[in-house]
Design a protein around this ligand. Structure first.
Ligand SMILES: Nc1ncnc2c1ncn2[C@@H]1O[C@H](COP(=O)(O)OP(=O)(O)OP(=O)(O)O)[C@@H](O)[C@H]1O
Ligand SMILES: [Mg+2]
Length: 305
């Protein structure tokens, strides 16, 4: 596959703080590539360098053959950005917001009208065309941001935490729209703190923490390689860990402790659960392993606090 975005030791410094610390990655045409990480990991800073609104401190990133920091206009022309913050004008209507934005791209008015109509249909908000932004729900505003990002028919879409603060239903609607864009062949960069979002949408992800990339891979494969198939959670105080781990060995393949919970990794929880039942252990839960477990294993902390 052809790589269309490629970063080489990309770095961002704010004074003493290194927000993005020499990260390298490459993204193939038509794939959905995710940056998964907690608050402050450096996700927004990274994508802002990709779409040329934040100067690069060191290293480089090229986007469809153009170098960020040099050919910024060319990159902006082919990129659609769904920002983390809702940057819509509350006093204007949905239609007016989109038309104003179309002017930035010098789209002729008649063509802009047509595109806006098509995009409002795409995000299923035709009926809100004449509503002021202030009258929309957060989920609707996020869908308008998607429509806005598509006005210039981008080849690359950057979605920076597109579903933060949304309920499950609104979230699923956004996921559907993003999937549909992917089907049309658009290359997608997604940042998220939600492991479920990364698992649902991304072909490949990098796990990002404190400005660095800790791991890269296909979500399911990362989970399988780092954790295994299943996780058993035991809510118990830490003092008992050594004894418990000795008793339950070798029925688990790895373990991690975070707060009041001991996590045991295993390929088949059946035998482990049987043993725990016989020990009369209360507060035990078993479930499939997830990217959240991968993150905990890599950093010793959870993705969302
Ligand atoms: N303009 C700025 N000036 C100084 N520091 C900044 C600036 N923007 C971001 N930072 C710092 O850079 C680090 C990375 O921030 P960034 O916004 O990229 O994280 P993030 O992964 O997007 O987090 P979140 O999930 O909360 O959006 C943080 O420590 C943040 O405080
Ligand atoms: Mg961010």
């Amino acid at each position: 596959m052809d790589s269309v975005i490629s970063a080489d030791r990309l770095t961002k410094k704010y004074g003493e703080l290194t927000a993005v610390d020499a990260i390298s990655f490459s993204i193939n045409e038509g794939e959905c590539f995710g940056f998964l990480g907690p608050n402050g990991a450096g996700k927004t800073t990274t994508v802002r360098m990709i779409h040329c609104v934040s100067p690069i401190s060191e290293g480089s990133v090229s986007v469809f053959g153009q170098a960020a920091g040099i050919n910024n206009r060319a990159i902006k022309k082919i990129t659609g950005v769904i920002p983390q913050e809702i940057t819509l004008d509350n006093d204007l209507t949905v239609y007016e917001n989109l038309m104003v934005f179309a002017r930035f791209f010098d789209i002729p008015r008649s063509e802009a009208k047509e595109r806006v109509a098509g995009l409002l249909a795409f995000v299923e908000l035709e009926h809100k065309r004449n509503s002021r932004i202030g009258q929309l729900s957060t989920g609707m505003k996020r869908r308008i941001l998607i429509a806005r990002a598509l006005l210039n028919n981008p080849r690359l879409i950057i979605a920076d935490e597109p579903t933060t603060g949304l309920d499950p239903q609104a979230r699923h609607l956004i996921w559907q729209r993003l999937r549909s864009l992917k089907k049309q062949g658009v290359t997608l960069i997604l940042t998220t703190q939600y492991m479920e979002e990364a698992e649902q949408l991304c072909d490949r992800i990098v796990v990002m923490y404190q400005g660095r990339i800790l791991k890269e891979g296909v979500p399911q494969r990362l989970v399988q390689d780092e954790i295994g198939r299943e996780v058993v959670e035991i809510r118990a105080s830490e003092e008992g860990d050594a004894g418990l781990l000795a008793t339950l060995s070798p029925l688990y393949t790895g373990h991690e402790r975070a707060g009041d919970t001991l996590y045991l990794y295993c390929t088949d929880s059946h035998a482990l659960m049987e043993r725990m039942l016989s020990l009369n252990l209360p507060n035990v839960l078993h479930r499939p392993a997830t990217l959240e477990d991968v993150f905990l294993k890599l950093t010793g902390r959870s993705l969302i606090e």
